[in-house]
Ligand binder design. Structure first.
Ligand SMILES: Nc1ncnc2c1ncn2[C@@H]1O[C@H](COP(=O)(O)OP(=O)(O)OP(=O)(O)O)[C@@H](O)[C@H]1O
Ligand SMILES: [Mg+2]
Length: 377
């Protein structure tokens, strides 16, 4: 009864198993062993394992393993074995001595098939690569959408230095016409223009970087977390002024550096800022404000918070805010990708994003690990 009971258990184990007696002969094989190697009980029992499954003719390695188990050792190895029809199989083998009252009575050997696991691993790696590629495309699309939003403010930003230059040119031309040009003031006028040109170059340069496609691995570097915040204002500052939104920046200059992608971070802050702008446009609030702060969070983290006084986000929306394609905007207005992509980028920085309510204010806080003094060098 007990023997049958154990045989039943043995047979139903999902790995191939074989029992070997003290003389090295097979005394029992289970169903999985038959399936894996193609031998039935009749063909195996009483024979030596090395003759059945060794890929090499002398069976030396299998014999050595069995000998080691007999001497009380437990073995765990990745091996290649051969089935009855000559197929080679990659396996993990676990061999254990069965010792009763201090005496070795038998050896058990368990095989688990690696082929399927390897195939699954390859499939998984492929899926991972595809996912990374798709994410990279999404991040890119999202950034282009954000850029579309910024086009009007960029035009405005460029217009301002262009106008300033026009005025300087007109002044010079007028003075020349009236024959009262003071040559000594010319270098100053040219410097003025150069400054305006530099300003425009910076804006254009920045647009180029902003639209460049990120690799699926981002370009990470040691950086000041305030930089992407400042860069963002280069593109979006004017837009906020045009919408009568007052922005207050409290950037702490003494923060430790972080390890990050300046474009990635700028994209996050821009998303949050554009969301804040939308919230203020939708809301009834007259005195529209956005406040941005950078600060030390405890001893090992730095944070940037962006808050607006456009009212609080209802709980049922807050719960879904980071889901891809979740948006409360009219069709065609929002893709619902802003925050989900932001969250993904932040996680790639080993950071986190949180939302807090403060009276009428909705606050988004991005927190990243700070570099230690040693790492900063
Ligand atoms: N500061 C905020 N105040 C109020 N609601 C917000 C705020 N930020 C985000 N939300 C809500 O979260 C939703 C999702 O934001 P998300 O940035 O992911 O997508 P979206 O802004 O709708 O579209 P997209 O960013 O792709 O243009 C928004 O539709 C809005 O309802
Ligand atoms: Mg958004």
């Amino acid at each position: 009864m007990q023997k049958e009971y154990f045989q039943e258990i043995f047979n139903n184990v999902l790995s191939a198993m074989v029992l070997i007696n003290n003389k090295g002969e097979i005394t029992y094989i289970n169903n999985e062993f038959c399936k894996l190697f193609g031998y039935n009980s009749k063909e195996s029992v009483g024979r030596v394992l090395s003759e059945l499954i060794s890929p090499d003719s002398d069976g030396k390695e299998v014999k050595e393993n069995i000998e080691r188990i007999k001497n009380g050792e437990q073995i765990l190895k990745e091996v290649v074995r051969q089935s009855k029809n000559g197929d080679l199989i990659e396996l993990v083998v676990i061999g254990s001595p069965i010792i009763i009252k201090g005496k070795h009575v038998a050896s058990s050997v368990v095989f688990s098939d690696m082929t399927e696991r390897k195939e699954n691993q390859i499939k998984l790696e492929k899926a991972n690569r595809e996912l990374k590629e798709a994410t990279s495309r999404l991040i890119h699309t999202e950034r282009i959408t954000a850029l579309g939003e910024l086009t009007s403010s960029i035009a405005h930003e460029l217009n301002q230095p262009l106008n300033n230059m026009k005025i300087v040119c007109q002044d010079i031309l007028r003075d020349v016409a009236k024959d009262r040009l003071d040559v000594e003031t010319i270098p100053e006028s040219i410097e003025d223009m150069e400054e305006q040109i530099n300003k425009m170059a910076r804006i254009i340069d920045h647009m180029r970087i902003f639209t460049r496609r990120l690799d699926s691995t981002m370009n990470m570097e040691k950086m000041d977390i305030n930089d992407p915040v400042k860069n963002m204002f280069l593109l979006i500052g004017e837009q906020l002024r045009m919408k009568n939104i007052i922005t207050v920046k409290n950037l702490n200059d003494g923060l430790p550096k972080i390890w990050g992608s300046s474009i990635g971070l700028e994209q996050i802050f821009t998303n949050i800022l554009i969301n804040a702008r939308h919230a203020l446009e939708e809301g009834e609030c007259r005195d529209k404000k956005i406040e941005i702060e950078s600060f030390m969070n405890g001893e090992n983290e730095v944070s940037v918070s962006i808050r607006n006084n456009g009212g609080l986000i209802p709980m049922e929306i807050k719960e879904r805010i980071f889901e891809p394609f979740f948006t409360t905007k009219e069709p065609g207005k929002g893709t619902g990708l802003g925050l989900s992509i932001s969250k993904k980028i932040i996680e790639e920085h080993n950071g986190r994003i949180e939302i807090e309510d403060e009276g009428d204010w909705t606050k988004f806080i991005v927190t990243l690990p700070a570099l230690t003094e040693k790492e900063e060098k």
